[in-house]
Design a protein around this ligand. Sequence first.
Ligand SMILES: [Mn+2]
Length: 391
Amino acid sequence: MRLLHTGDWHLGKIFYDINLFDDQNYFIEQVLAELKLADSQGAPYGALCIPGDIYDRASPAIDAINMLNNFLCRVHNLFPSLHIFILSGNHDNPSRLGFGSELFELANVHICKDTKSIQKAVIVDNCAIYQLPFLSSGSFDDFGLNGALSQTELYSYAVQKILESHKKNHPDLPLVLCAHASVAACDEAEKLDSVGTLDFISGNIFSEFTYIALGHIHKFQKVAPNAYYSGSPLAYSFDDVPKKYMLRVDIDSKFERGFNVTKIEIKPLHQVIQFKTDFFDLYNNDYSWCKDYYIQLIRTDFENIPDAKKILKQKFPLLLSIVREELSSGNSSSSLLIKKNALKNNGALSAEEAFSSFMEEMYGKENIPELFEEEKKLFIELYKTCSEEEV
Ligand SMILES: [Mn+2]
């Protein structure tokens, strides 16, 4: 059985102020091209699996809904016997995603919005495929499993239910699972880098499955011998990896050869790139090779250049963001905490002194602009709040 695994589409995503509609359509054409290619070579796909975060938002934009609708109609018209598996990720609203799901079943489109049908397999070319949406406390209320449960408890329970059903009904078939979950990567650093401080599940709980098609983490990775994240089809942040893939998974229905994963590189409409340099480097030197890239500049200079973004946009129309080096990691809660602590521990400075030292750091000693009275007032207010608050 041949399966195409590609998760975290995030249809309708707005990247800074850019609507990624064209970029996402460009990717969708590549999905269709891959399905057609395999078919023309006499090795067609039996299943397409999109394990969650289909949409970027719980209330998806009209454009995003139309995109998914058009895609499903086109695929179904081309390949009526292809089974399409769609499940609800943490970005999706299960009911909105699940609209019409009972009817879609008739067209081999299997939308999993809750835990009611997790024990039901769809048999494709002698493989049993199950789906698991993103789970949270309350997911198993109907099963009588209440209370605050950890991710490990929730997914272990789901796996146990699936295995019970599988062993009873299809013991001789390979067992494939499509799921949206935070599964710990083999490499600790990679794991922390990918999903921050979320509660992780160990890949070991899936040891009895043949292949697990995972969604949630946006970088391609193998988290257990049988569990892969395809990653998102596009880079949705500037610190994401530039190379993106969908996965062709060939599963041997007789268990003889297990499975084989082939990475298919996705060609982006626009590359995403992050420069850490000074304004003048980007302005004066030849970077014409990236004029069609989505660009973030992390500025290492301290010059006060009014309209810096406007000026650079003349050369790089898709420059989306300019940040100061000191602030470039400033929006994660951990770094805020570090800054807060630093502020607290810097007890020797008065609020006024702290403001001066902050301005000096931002602009350089010689270049501190004046006329910052409002900002100064606000800074002092915040400084006091931070100093009083327990961290
Ligand atoms: Mn996602």
